[in-house]
Unconditional design. Structure first.
Lengths: 112, 127
């Protein structure tokens, strides 16, 4: 199974400041030399997860442009340019390359 | 509006069985790759099972042989039959759709993330 490792596991951010989350996979997530099969999800308190980023860097429909995904191979990053109060929750990376799908441990983002 | 609504959760004794349902609106469960994902209390997300449009099924090792994913085309509903349940399988169970798009040049389906999720149904395994 592909192991996904996130860091940090928690983050406390001042509104308006940037935030960055790292995700590392145990093997390359390159699919057919076309795209990296790496998603980012946000689970807000009391809600279901929602897709933020697919292919490592493509924002899902309706996702604000302050969210930016990047990376390649086995190393990926989610950056929030200016954190807002509505961004609190737990962020997960997930690989969609192989079955079983595997998630990172999650990164809890709080507002200072 | 595209929507997934789970049901069927509840309190069940260890060793018991339960069938979860996921009713879909504006989305065909038979034309999409569908997943079950669970989340134990205070824990992270864990993929449980998936089913392809063609009918192929996949399971996490931890549930293989005990859980069965299926669908009813007429009811447009996804199911998860769970047998021999264990206390550690207490969790919220979500169904989710893979967005997949056919690329003609590559003659292949490309994966675009799990873009539709239900609200979840809670399963509690306890005596």
């Amino acid at each position: 199974d592909i192991v996904m490792t996130q860091s940090p596991l928690s983050l406390s951010v001042t509104p308006g400041e940037p935030a960055s989350i790292s995700c590392r996979s145990s093997q390359s997530l390159l699919h057919s030399n076309v795209y990296y099969s790496l998603d980012w999800y946000l689970q807000k308190p009391g809600q279901s997860p929602q897709l933020l980023i697919y292919w490592g860097s493509n924002r899902a429909s309706g996702v604000p442009d302050r969210f930016r995904g990047s990376g390649s191979g086995t190393d990926f990053t989610l950056k929030i340019s200016r954190v807002e109060a509505e961004d609190v929750g737990v962020y997960y990376c997930m690989q969609g390359l192989q079955t079983p799908r595997t998630f990172g441990q999650g990164t809890k983002v709080e507002i200072k | 509006e595209v929507q997934l609504v789970e049901s069927g959760g509840g309190l069940i004794q260890p060793g018991g069985s339960l069938r979860l349902s996921c009713a879909a609106s504006d989305l065909s469960v038979s034309d999409n790759y569908m997943n079950w994902v669970r989340q134990a209390p205070g824990m992270g997300l864990e993929w449980v099972s998936g089913i392809y449009p063609g009918g192929s099924t996949y399971y996490a090792d931890s549930v293989k042989g005990r859980f069965t994913i299926s669908r009813d085309i007429a009811k447009n509903t996804l199911y998860l039959q769970m047998n021999s349940l264990r206390a550690e399988e207490t969790a919220v169970y979500y169904c989710a759709r893979d967005r997949r798009v056919y690329d003609r040049s590559a003659q292949a389906y490309y994966y675009y993330g799990m873009d539709v999720w239900g609200q979840g149904t809670t399963v509690t395994v306890a005596s």
